[in-house]
Design a protein around this ligand. Structure first.
Ligand SMILES: [Fe+2]
Ligand SMILES: [Fe+2]
Length: 164
């Protein structure tokens, strides 16, 4: 992405990325990384794709940045319940702190489709849903790689010692 586009993206999400409640997401792990970083990554790709397709860049990027906007509200819930209910809590938080239009609300509420059964109403919602899935797969892989890196290095060193 060109420097100008990165600056535009940063400006677009600035209101959210500097907000103390949003910054709280840095304390929580999501797919092995900070939830804040996950949201920003999804927002970054959403910005790029929606701009390319001449869609509603502002609403899609905002909703992507806030799609997992929850902190400890669902920590005690079971895994399935958390998967199902966190979009509602994220939407509630986003509405309370920033206000949401119809599209933004729908994008956040439906980003876990098909787990949450009702599909997104807007193309922007489908884009966030797909980008979220792809990003999650990438982040899980990255965090596992990082987790097993020391063991892998020790194993390679062990093999090299034997071969010598
Ligand atoms: Fe989510
Ligand atoms: Fe997500």
């Amino acid at each position: 992405m060109a420097k100008k586009e990165i600056a535009q993206f940063d400006k677009l999400v600035e209101e959210y990325t500097k907000h103390p409640k949003v910054l709280e997401m840095k304390k929580y792990k999501h797919h092995g990384i900070e939830r804040f970083d996950h949201c920003k990554r999804v927002a970054y790709f959403t910005y790029h794709v929606t701009k390319l397709l001449h869609l509603n860049v502002e609403s899609a990027t905002k909703a992507a940045m806030l799609h997992d906007f929850f902190t400890d509200e669902v920590m005690d819930e079971g895994a399935i319940s958390k998967l199902r209910w966190h979009p509602e809590i994220a939407a509630e938080n986003a509405r309370e702190y920033f206000g949401l239009n119809d599209m933004e609300e729908d994008i956040i509420m439906r980003h876990m489709f098909p787990i949450t059964f009702i599909p997104p109403r807007y193309l922007e919602g489908w884009i966030v849903d797909i980008i979220d899935d792809l990003t999650s797969i990438y982040e899980r892989g990255y965090s596992m790689k990082k987790q097993f890196a020391p063991a892998m290095n020790a194993f390679v060193l062990f093999i090299l010692t034997i071969i010598k």
